[in-house]
Design a binder for this molecule. Structure first.
Ligand code: SF4
Length: 399
């Protein structure tokens, strides 16, 4: 274990904008005192955002889950249904999807995340048709959706290369790739939890192709399924290396594995401290990624607030609908007013942002805060029969 003077000098260098090596990042992750780690990451954040360092952003979006039918059977996933499991599997028709888009616009949402299983029949054509229909009806909605895994799958179904698939998705209206499917990029933990997914190298190769074709993305990491600290840092290293070439990752978003209803059965889970340390080390190590997103959905609201003091500059979204991690046990719900309160009581000025992080509304005067209490996270709405829904889901179920 390095002594405190060595750790201090690495922290100072990273806080000042200097690059640190993967080995130094691992030392910090394992051994740096928590408060010193957070203070260095916060200094790096303030340095990057000098002039607007008092602001923390959020977005209003909706996840639209178009199907849970999936051939890939990831061991951490509580959302999917195997194709033969016809009692559990479902798909949404286009009218239903467009209705959900209309509600998103009505509630002030600016982005949709189209997210679903690897359906055995859905090739590139399915996404072209849906994206084109969404864009025709709601040109103001940003389609920030899919990830390398979906692209690999749909290209295989359509018997085309990923470059053609991405080009066609972009032409049909896809604005931005979500970082879905990254899970853990190093080979050992990826094979352990998602043996049928493409390799981490292939995931990065597809994202690199997307960046080259003009589609930026975010990047994610699933923490807590039994990976080692060294594997977590290796995941960061793999992202940083691609980012040095493309600059196409707008943000890095770690989130924690949820233990219910999946094959892993919650035998391992990341703690809040591990999560906060990851936020901080990501801010220091990923010197080429602009935004580090804290999360309240999987780690809770107080941990989300703390993340803003450990290097995060964004607190994610009011998710008007979420079914994937909530199927595995994420229970935290929020609404827009509460999110403003969380950010403000963490000592920051909240600002609603766009997909590309422009500030749409800076809430610098609480007297002017929105009072629309319909802008609420709807979790696991697909798991609830119509008529049994939470009152705040009436907007969807009434139609
Ligand atoms: S994480 Fe995605 S690819 Fe894996 S089983 Fe779940 S829905 Fe399928």
């Amino acid at each position: 274990m390095p002594d405190n003077a060595v750790l201090r000098s690495v922290l100072d260098r990273a806080a000042g904008g200097g690059r640190i090596s993967p080995e130094e990042a691992l030392d910090l992750y394992r051994s740096a005192p928590l408060h010193a780690l957070g203070a260095a990451a916060d200094a790096a954040r303030r340095r990057r955002y000098a002039g607007v360092e008092h602001i923390a952003t959020y977005i209003i979006e909706r996840n639209i889950n178009y199907t849970n039918v999936c051939v890939t059977a990831c061991r951490f996933c509580a959302f999917y249904a195997a194709p033969k499991d016809t009692d559990k599997g479902w798909t949404r028709d286009l009218d239903d999807i467009l209705r959900r888009c209309a509600e998103t616009v009505e509630l002030g949402g600016t982005q949709i995340m189209f997210q679903g299983g690897h359906h055995p029949d859905y090739g590139v054509e399915y996404y072209e048709e849906h994206f084109a229909a969404i864009k025709a009806a709601f040109p103001q909605l940003v389609i920030h959706s899919l990830g390398a895994s979906e692209v690999e799958h749909m290209a295989r179904i359509s018997k085309v290369g990923v470059e053609e698939a991405i080009t066609r998705l972009k032409a049909a209206g896809l604005d931005s790739f979500a970082g879905a499917g990254a899970e853990l990029l190093p080979e050992r933990p990826r094979k352990a939890i998602a043996p049928l997914k493409e390799s981490g190298e292939r995931w990065l190769e597809i994202m690199e192709t997307a960046h080259r074709l003009g589609l930026e993305s975010t990047s994610t990491m699933l923490m807590g399924t039994g990976e080692t600290n060294a594997e977590r840092i290796e995941h960061l290293r793999m992202i940083r290396e691609v980012q040095d070439r493309t600059g196409g990752f707008r943000a890095f978003i770690p989130y924690t594995y949820q233990p219910e209803n999946n094959h892993l059965r919650g035998r391992t889970q990341a703690t809040v401290f591990e999560y906060l340390r990851m936020i901080a080390v990501a801010r220091l190590f990923l010197d080429n990624v602009a935004h580090i997103q804290g999360s309240w959905l999987t780690v809770g609201k107080e941990a989300g607030q703390l993340s803003l003091h450990y290097g995060a500059d964004d607190l994610g979204s009011v998710m008007l609908e979420e079914n994937v991690v909530s199927s595995a046990g994420a229970r935290h719900r929020s609404n827009r007013m509460e999110l403003l309160h969380l950010i403000r009581t963490a000592g920051r000025v909240p600002a609603q942002r766009s997909t590309t992080y422009e500030h749409l509304v800076v809430h610098d005067d609480p007297a002017n805060d929105p009072v629309d209490d319909h802008v609420v996270s709807h979790l696991s709405s697909t798991a609830i029969d119509a008529g049994m829904a939470h009152p705040e889901l009436k907007l969807i179920d009434a139609q």
